[in-house]
Design a protein around this ligand. Structure first.
Ligand SMILES: NC(=O)c1ccc[n+]([C@@H]2O[C@H](COP(=O)([O-])OP(=O)(O)OC[C@H]3O[C@@H](n4cnc5c(N)ncnc54)[C@H](OP(=O)(O)O)[C@@H]3O)[C@@H](O)[C@H]2O)c1
Length: 274
């Protein structure tokens, strides 16, 4: 039994691979840049020519939601004898406008292709990754304010280690396979509260600067297209002063409560210090 973990350079994949190897399981890692992921084979989910070799002899797959060639991936997986795919999807697919959202659509397309296939499909739908806060590390390290449009927008930050532990559970316990799981952190917090927790952890003040949508979009233009930024801003606006729904799924799958943002920032404080 070989488990293929795609996206080997990713935070969730790295944590998952450690867990699987500690359990003594046979793991193959795939990356679009194997030269940057020790021991990984070439697997670019945007390039079907890389699928067959990466899938040879594989029985289960942990899959990142890159949907551009998902049908070809499903065919290659079936041909290789894969029986179970665990998809790293997103809670955004549960939104009523998911099919029209640039944030959710990729995940939804991957979910639909897998669930329409004969493969046993397990879908992990995390909410907001605590790791998104890393985007604030540059202004914080430079002593600059953090520009936010909706500082009181609520999120359900989940630690990448908890997502990985949930993936480990569903990959290793057949009773848990073939279902969908909505994963969140242990409590709803606002962006402003996250920044207070970062300030406390690093022992430095962090200043929040409330800016308009267009100013924030201009700041982010280098990193994301305008329509994607608009979708994110709309999402944050809809959660402004609205607590996020919290689930106990991490605890059900892992046997321990989900790690809070306090734990995440303790684990990552060095990334925020100059
Ligand atoms: N950020 C959030 O709030 C959030 C919320 C819900 C779900 N998610 C999901 O979680 C993913 C990010 O997870 P993460 O934090 O572990 O990742 P990450 O650390 O940001 O790294 C990005 C990952 O995407 C993989 N990837 C990108 N393009 C790929 C391609 N063409 N072929 C194969 N792999 C590719 C990369 O793998 P290689 O470069 O090694 O191939 C890498 O593992 C998102 O893509 C999203 O689907 C995120």
């Amino acid at each position: 039994m070989t488990i293929l973990v795609t996206g080997a350079r990713g935070a969730v994949a790295r944590s998952l691979v450690s867990l699987l190897r500690e359990r003594g399981l046979q793991v193959r890692t795939g990356s679009q840049k194997p030269e940057e992921a020790a021991g990984a084979v070439l697997l670019d989910l945007k390039n079907p020519a890389t699928f067959d070799a990466a899938l040879q002899g594989v029985t289960s797959v942990f899959l990142y939601a890159e949907a551009s060639h998902i049908d070809a991936f499903v065919d290659a997986a079936i041909n290789a004898g894969v029986r179970h795919v665990v998809l790293l999807s997103s809670s955004s697919t549960l939104s009523p406008d998911a099919a029209d959202s640039p944030v959710a659509r990729e995940h939804l397309d991957a979910e639909n292709a897998l669930t329409a296939s004969p493969l046993t499909t397990t879908i992990l739908r995390p909410g907001t990754f605590a790791g998104n806060a890393t985007a604030w590390s540059w202004p914080i390290k430079s002593g600059d304010p953090v520009n936010l449009v909706y500082p009181n927008s609520h999120v359900d930050p989940i630690h990448e280690a908890d997502v990985a532990e949930c993936a480990f559970a569903v990959l290793t316990d057949p009773e848990l396979a073939g279902k969908s799981y909505l994963l969140t952190g242990p409590r709803s917090v606002t962006f402003a509260e996250e920044l207070d927790l970062i300030a406390e952890a690093i022992g430095e003040p962090v200043v929040v600067n409330t800016v308009g949508r267009e100013e924030w979009k201009a700041e982010m233009a280098e990193y994301m297209p305008g329509h994607f930024a608009d979708a994110l801003l709309d999402w944050w606006q809809s959660n402004d002063n609205v607590p996020a729904e919290i689930t106990g799924t991490v605890e059900e799958l892992t046997g321990h409560p989900a790690r809070g943002f306090e734990v995440w920032i303790q684990d990552h404080a060095a990334e925020f210090k100059s």
